[in-house]
Design a protein around this ligand. Structure first.
Ligand SMILES: *[C@@H]1O[C@H](CO)[C@@H](O)[C@H](O)[C@H]1NC(C)=O
Ligand SMILES: *[C@@H]1O[C@H](CO)[C@@H](O)[C@H](O)[C@H]1NC(C)=O
Ligand SMILES: *[C@@H]1O[C@H](CO)[C@@H](O)[C@H](O)[C@H]1NC(C)=O
Ligand SMILES: *[C@@H]1O[C@H](CO)[C@@H](O)[C@H](O)[C@H]1NC(C)=O
Ligand SMILES: *[C@@H]1O[C@H](CO)[C@@H](O)[C@H](O)[C@H]1NC(C)=O
Ligand SMILES: *[C@@H]1O[C@H](CO)[C@@H](O)[C@H](O)[C@H]1NC(C)=O
Ligand SMILES: *[C@@H]1O[C@H](CO)[C@@H](O)[C@H](O)[C@H]1NC(C)=O
Ligand SMILES: *[C@@H]1O[C@H](CO)[C@@H](O)[C@H](O)[C@H]1NC(C)=O
Ligand SMILES: *[C@@H]1O[C@H](CO)[C@@H](O)[C@H](O)[C@H]1NC(C)=O
Ligand SMILES: *[C@@H]1O[C@H](CO)[C@@H](O)[C@H](O)[C@H]1NC(C)=O
Ligand SMILES: *[C@@H]1O[C@H](CO)[C@@H](O)[C@H](O)[C@H]1NC(C)=O
Ligand SMILES: *[C@@H]1O[C@H](CO)[C@@H](O)[C@H](O)[C@H]1NC(C)=O
Length: 713
């Protein structure tokens, strides 16, 4: 107020100022300004335009018409005056004009809630009676929509999706004056996507999403709902991938297209099936040998299962089933590795538990005895698959003999002879323990040793051996071992006869029992001595009429000999260590039987008989010589009983003479005996054949040259 008083005083003071201008018109195009037009005043260098509303003044200084005052309030009536100015000062204000500012621009919010619409809303503008909204594509194509409304919002539909629109809004006042324009750009939400391509990688449990219609203006959000989780990924022209999907889940896939305006949900959803989870609770049992049962728990979204069973020799089998369990044939001594996979349309479950199962070791099947004796069974067999150790058990009903070994041989010792044992070889493995289903086999130990009870003589070279034994079905072999060899006999009873043993030898006799299982230990040996042999050659030579020399060849086994010549008239006997002896008291002309007893050191006697022996005929007695002539002699004798024929032998250096008289004649004449020599005259009986008897008494006769015989006795 004080200030305006001062101005007034100032104007009065400078009364030489230019003419007062006259306003032609004053109008408002924008809500904060009023434009004023006037006719120029001579001498004015500038003008001051003043707008006044109540006590508020706004002014601007311009060089000429028109001039504009800014900073005004919208929809307000101002009193407008103009003053001209030069160096001398300002003129008086012009006569006032009244002008009203237009309405202010509305405060607008624009949104797109769908792909084909935008919603425009605004705050009420004071004094506005109507609002105009225009919408058109910002690229200028297409229709322009204009609409008037009195309400505070408008929806425009049937727009193109994902398109930028230019929206203009202004208000009208009661005088039909349009207010300030305001322009917005708004993009409509993207079109609803129609399809998404889903690639499921079952191995990595990840899914890749690709939207074919993506043009780079929008991006897309994939939303996966499954179980109690939701996962998302965003993509534009390049695909996006969601990893770490869960197995055994069916996901609902929603697709959103996004731009600045917001998202548009695809009208439909897709389903994404993940692979089933790896089956759990896998169990393997072998209820019956050779039949493995693999079971597992049923898992979500599993259509069927495949069980793979691989043995450690690389052979693999599988079983395809819609439900647990599966049966597999198994063999002894293998390790089986099992894995179970579940399948659905999406593919195969991840690898789950890998189980292994070791079947019981195989049973040895070819158990054979390698050595059998009375107290030992050594058995061998072929090694079997899966066995780490063998446990051999022999049972005879009461006692149990065990042996453990990793080798495929076992010697069961300390057994009873002639006993049947139930022998079982169990195979053993650390994992499965003993295979209790191994078959057993009967095995018998070798027979017990027999005992020789007696040996009796059957004849000179045959002996019956009697033994004692209680083996079943055994065959016995008796062996006699002598210096010169072996002799044997066999029997299944308790005795047999050893024949043709050589004379004069010592034998050790033992008995062996044998069965198909084996041979017993030999019995204790019993000595058996055979009687001495008989001398092969024997000769009986008469030394004198009553003495006979008997000699023989050495007999095996004999120590002493007793020789005996026996006739009804008596016997002659000698007992000697030598191989000959002289027997006296032999009667001439008698038949003797010759026998010899060979006696061994231990007193065994062999009776040996030989051809009979006849002693020589008896010599004649009473031999006398008579001279027959100068050169002949007659020999006479007295015949002895027995011999019929005699022969006379005359021996001398100048010749030998024999004379054989007719039977029954007891003399013989020898003529033409050269003299001058001593002759020996012997008269001998002629026994059958030509045998000469040399021991008859001799007489000597001397024939001197005088042809005279003389003799002494
Ligand atoms: C809206 O109102 C204004 C002022 O009354 C008028 O000039 C214009 O033609 C109207 N527009 C429409 C589309 O009705
Ligand atoms: C415009 O659309 C919005 C959202 O769809 C709705 O809330 C509003 O009522 C609509 N306005 C008119 C005038 O139709
Ligand atoms: C996508 O996932 C992220 C992280 O999990 C989350 O923050 C976001 O809200 C999700 N978006 C949608 C649209 O669900
Ligand atoms: C997707 O588009 C929206 C809106 O345009 C933006 O906010 C967001 O960052 C985009 N996301 C990606 C991953 O590009
Ligand atoms: C295994 O045992 C099951 C049930 O006991 C039976 O059904 C199946 O036939 C057997 N499989 C073989 C190969 O023996
Ligand atoms: C078999 O399985 C057991 C336990 O599951 C494991 O300790 C063993 O090493 C496996 N054996 C083989 C040969 O894989
Ligand atoms: C043999 O081995 C089995 C299993 O280890 C054991 O039970 C048994 O006692 C063993 N027998 C002997 C005689 O060592
Ligand atoms: C033999 O022994 C095995 C194992 O000890 C046993 O199973 C079987 O019954 C026996 N056989 C007889 C006939 O006793
Ligand atoms: C041996 O057998 C003989 C003849 O049978 C008999 O006389 C003798 O007494 C037996 N000896 C023994 C020791 O049995
Ligand atoms: C028994 O003697 C015969 C004849 O000498 C021989 O062939 C056989 O091998 C012998 N038997 C035994 C068991 O010694
Ligand atoms: C004795 O001699 C005669 C004739 O030479 C003969 O025939 C006869 O058999 C002989 N007698 C004896 C006992 O030798
Ligand atoms: C006569 O006999 C003796 C004895 O037999 C004999 O040694 C001798 O040579 C014989 N003399 C003649 C001449 O034959």
């Amino acid at each position: 107020m004080n200030f305006s008083g001062l101005v007034l005083l100032f104007i009065v003071y400078f009364s030489i100022a230019p003419e007062v201008p006259v306003i032609d018109q004053a109008y408002s195009k924008l809500s904060n300004s009023i434009t004023v037009e006037w006719a120029d005043v001579a001498g004015a260098t500038s003008y001051q335009v003043i707008a006044q509303a109540g006590t508020l003044f706004f002014e601007s200084t311009v060089t000429g018409s028109p001039g504009t005052v800014t900073g005004l309030q919208a929809a307000t009536t101002y009193k407008i005056t103009v003053r001209s100015i030069n160096s001398a000062g300002k003129s008086q204000p012009s006569p006032p004009k009244w002008a009203k500012t237009v309405l202010a621009a509305a405060s607008v919010t624009v949104e797109s809630f769908s792909s084909d619409s935008v919603s425009v809303g605004w705050q009420p503008v004071p004094s506005a009676v109507l609002y105009s909204v225009s919408v058109m594509r910002s690229d200028g194509s297409g229709t322009r929509w204009n609409q008037n409304t009195t309400s505070l919002s408008l929806n425009f539909t049937s727009l193109d999706p994902g398109t930028i629109y230019t929206i203009k809004v202004h208000a009208w006042d009661a005088n039909g004056i349009p207010g300030d324009d305001i322009t917005y750009s708004q993009i409509t939400r993207p079109a609803a996507p129609s399809d998404v391509q889903i690639t499921f990688n079952s191995g990595a449990l990840e899914a890749t999403f690709f939207v074919a219609e993506a043009d780079g203006l929008s991006n897309y959000t994939i939303l996966l709902y499954g179980g109690d989780t939701s996962i998302n990924c965003t993509l534009s022209v390049s695909p996006c991938t969601i990893t770490s999907l869960q197995c055994g889940t069916e996901y609902v896939v929603s697709l959103l297209a996004n731009n600045e305006a917001g998202s548009t949900l695809a009208p439909k959803t897709w389903s994404l099936l993940s692979v089933p989870c790896a089956p759990i609770g896998i169990a393997v049992v072998e209820d019956n040998p050779g039949n493995l049962t693999v079971s597992w728990s049923h898992g979500n979204l599993s259509d069927y299962y495949v069980v793979f069973v691989k043995s450690d020799d690389g052979f693999e089998v599988h079983c395809n089933t819609s439900q647990s369990p599966c049966y597999f044939p198994s063999e002894c001594g293998f390790i089986y590795f099992m894995s179970v996979f579940a399948y659905n349309k999406a593919g195969q479950s991840p690898l789950g538990e890998l189980l292994n199962y070791t079947t019981a070791p195989c049973c040895p099947s070819d158990i054979t005895p390698a050595f059998v004796s009375g107290d030992t069974l050594e058995i061998v067999w072929s090694g079997v698959r899966g066995a780490e150790m063998y446990e051999t058990k022999a049972v005879d009903g009461t006692t149990v003999i065990l042996c453990n070994d990793t080798a495929t041989v076992c010697a069961l010792s300390g057994l009873q002879c002639n006993t049947q044992y139930n022998v079982t070889v169990f195979s053993y493995s650390e994992n499965r323990g003993s295979n209790t289903s191994c078959a057993s086999k009967y095995m018998k130990t070798a027979p017990c040793s027999p005992e020789i009870k007696n040996i009796t003589t059957v004849d000179v070279s045959s002996f019956m051996v009697i033994w004692e034994s209680d083996n079943d079905g055994a065959e016995y072999t008796v062996t006699a071992r002598g210096e010169n060899g072996l002799w044997n006999c066999t029997s299944s009873g308790t005795s047999c006869i050893l024949g043709k043993l050589p004379c004069g030898s010592m034998h050790m006799v033992h008995v062996l029992a044998s069965t198909s299982e084996g041979t017993s230990l030999p019995s204790y040996s019993v000595p058996l001595e055979t009687a001495p042999c008989c001398p092969v050659n024997i000769s009986v030579v008469q030394v004198t009429q009553s003495v006979t020399n008997v000699s023989w060849s050495i007999a095996v086994g004999a120590q002493t000999y007793t020789t005996m010549l026996e006739s009804p008239k008596g016997q002659a006997k000698c007992h000697t260590l030598e191989d000959h002896c002289l027997l006296g008291c032999i009667t001439c002309g008698t038949s003797y039987s010759v026998s010899l007893e060979a006696v061994s050191e231990t007193g065994l006697v062999s009776q040996c008989t030989y051809h009979g022996y006849s002693s020589s005929a008896c010599c004649p007695s009473g031999v006398k010589l008579y001279r027959l002539s100068n050169s002949g002699i007659r020999v006479t004798w007295r015949v002895s009983p027995g011999p019929e024929n005699y022969t006379v032998n005359i021996y001398g250096s100048k010749g030998n003479f024999t004379c054989s008289p007719f039977p029954g004649v007891s003399y013989c004449d020898v003529t033409e005996i050269p003299c001058g020599d001593v002759y020996t005259v012997v008269v001998s009986p002629v026994s059958g054949g030509d045998t000469q008897i040399s021991f008859c008494p001799k007489k000597n006769i001397f024939c001197d040259m005088l042809r005279k015989f003389s003799w002494n006795g």
